[in-house]
Design a protein around this ligand. Structure first.
Ligand SMILES: NC(=O)c1ccc[n+]([C@@H]2O[C@H](COP(=O)([O-])OP(=O)(O)OC[C@H]3O[C@@H](n4cnc5c(N)ncnc54)[C@H](OP(=O)(O)O)[C@@H]3O)[C@@H](O)[C@H]2O)c1
Length: 277
């Protein structure tokens, strides 16, 4: 396989139908060599026979799994040019009752997962004085509302880590890009429901059950942006010589950006209406 001159891009969470899957295809369409990873190879079977992809199992909550994949890729290609921390899980439930174990799992996947991979690739990128680290956040962190506090807080933490990393890694020639999707069509609603169905029965918040459950699939309405469209724009921003520090796109992304600058009283009013509280 020819890979000289091609950018080597490692992406987490590339299961079929999700944003990672669409990003993998868009990077490949731009001539990159894509290391597409997911917890299970079977969820990436659609990429199996395409030589533009090197498929690896990678679970972001396992340091061993992360280190093994990074070593394999560096050994095979001699470098990793771009890392995309895309894997993520939702966690919906009122903060007063959501099990701490669910909160911990959310942070382990959405915050410590990216940090595991970032710490594993930094030595290689520093040695080449080159590299791009992309962290996928969420517009929900711009205006945190009810029912998804654990998820939103994890994305806010990731976005804050990105800001510090961008400054800390600048002396080493590494760019850090925060990608902030709006509502993008993917499996997030269905996988979120699997997690939500494992939640205990709400006590204090029983009267809000319908509104809480509806939060799980909120991003998957008829106006959600197709993941391919989002991925094409995102990849073109990431591959720029001087990529932006922040790239947000997709349905509702403008509304959330405006809400971010609104007085808290206005944000609370809008979110209470939207979340039926
Ligand atoms: N869709 C949206 O509207 C939206 C909006 C804002 C932000 N985002 C963010 O975009 C990213 C992609 O989400 P998506 O919408 O494409 O959802 P998705 O279709 O559910 O994809 C999530 C991916 O993350 C993987 N994953 C979960 N836990 C993992 C772990 N421990 N190790 C490795 N992979 C793991 C999933 O693998 P399995 O298939 O094995 O579960 C799946 O491939 C997430 O970070 C999400 O928070 C999405």
């Amino acid at each position: 396989m020819e890979f000289y001159g091609q950018q080597v891009v490692l992406i987490t969470g590339c299961s079929q139908g999700g944003i990672g899957h669409a990003l993998a295809r868009s990077f490949a369409d731009e001539g990159c060599l894509v290391v597409a990873t997911a917890r299970s190879l079977s969820s990436m079977a659609y990429l199996e026979d395409d030589p533009r992809f090197f498929l690896q199992e990678l679970d972001v909550v396992s340091e061993e799994s992360v280190n093994e994949v990074v070593s394999t890729v560096v050994e095979k290609y001699g470098r990793i040019d771009v890392v995309v921390n895309n894997a993520g899980v939702q966690c919906v439930g009122p903060l007063a009752e959501v099990p701490l174990s669910a909160l911990q799992h959310t942070f382990d996947t959405n915050v410590y997962g990216p940090m595991r991979l970032i710490q594993a690739v930094i030595p290689h990128m520093v040695s080449r004085r080159k590299g791009k680290i992309v962290n996928v956040g969420s517009v929900s962190a711009l205006s945190p509302g009810p029912w998804s506090g654990a998820y939103t807080a994890s994305k806010a933490a990731l976005q804050a880590l990105s800001d510090s990393l961008r400054l800390e890694l600048k002396p080493f020639g590494i760019n850090v890009i925060t990608v902030v999707p709006g509502a993008i069509r993917s499996n997030i609603g269905n996988s979120g429901l699997v997690g939500y169905n494992k939640m205990p029965e709400w006590k204090l918040y029983k009267p809000f059950e319908a509104a809480i459950r509806a939060r799980v699939t909120l991003s998957q309405g008829p106006k959600s942006t197709p993941s391919e469209e989002f991925a094409k724009k995102t990849v073109s921003a990431i591959l720029k010589k001087n990529p932006p520090a922040w790239f947000s796109s997709g349905h509702l992304s403008v509304i959330f950006a405006i809400l971010y600058y609104m007085p808290i009283v206005v944000r609370d009013f809008v979110l209470r209406k939207a979340m039926k509280l």
